[in-house]
Ligand binder design. Structure first.
Ligand code: ZN
Length: 218
């Protein structure tokens, strides 16, 4: 089972593709589960239209590919509580970004706020090792106890990914941690999509032996 749970459409300020373009590409590439995760934080983003558009796409493709409705939620600054209330029951999952940034939401504040979301939640392209050091905490324990998954983001824009690939200690630590993992290409334009990199990351996640979100039972 190949998954790609991080993709952007024209409904993100920095995306251009239609959901159909992304999903057709996923089908051609042998991806079983594709998640759309547009950015929520610009004024032009319309949550209702977003959900309706993706619900229709999900229906249209239901026999060919499992389409998940996600959202990538920025934490610089903390979003309004309104978002959590509105999205409940409509999202299959959401990704939080920038917790590892200096301007990101405080980790403890985030852990409280995240409870407002009833869907599965994960950390997009987050250097959890840096977070662990910054707060002096066992980040694996925190992720496990708060039911938060961790994304392996293959876009190449985040150094934690290369560091993770080249550091056997970190891979061993994640493998033994029992945390849940997701894999995302973070595609904003279809020409950026790298099929072999995505497949390798899916294989790596499986080798690590962690639970991979949305594989079993989906
Ligand atoms: Zn993204």
């Amino acid at each position: 089972m190949i998954q790609d749970l991080h993709n952007h459409t024209y409904m993100s300020y920095d995306g251009v593709e239609t959901p159909d373009t992304l999903i057709d590409n996923a089908i051609r590439s042998g991806i079983d589960i594709i998640g759309i995760t547009d950015h929520q934080f610009t004024d032009s983003f319309d949550f209702d239209t977003y959900i309706k558009t993706l619900q229709l796409a999900k229906k249209r493709y239901k026999d060919k590919c499992s389409v998940k409705i996600g959202l990538e939620i920025g934490t610089r600054p903390k979003p309004d509580n309104f978002l959590a209330k509105t999205s409940s029951g409509l999202l299959d999952y959401c990704l939080f970004e920038s917790l590892d940034s200096e301007r990101g939401m405080d980790l403890y504040e985030f852990l409280e706020w995240r409870k407002l979301f009833s869907c599965p939640t994960g950390l997009a392209h987050t250097d959890i090792f840096a977070l662990s050091e910054r707060y002096g905490v066992d980040i694996f324990k925190i992720l496990r106890e708060n039911d938060i998954f961790w994304e392996i983001n293959i876009s190449g824009n985040y150094s934690y990914y290369y560091d993770f690939l080249s550091n056997p200690k970190k891979r061993k630590a994640v493998s033994e941690s029992g945390i849940t993992i997701s894999i995302g290409s973070d595609t904003h334009r279809i020409y950026e999509f790298n099929k072999s990199k995505l497949i390798s990351a899916n294989e790596l996640a499986e080798t690590l032996g962690n639970r991979i979100i949305f594989v079993k039972g989906w």
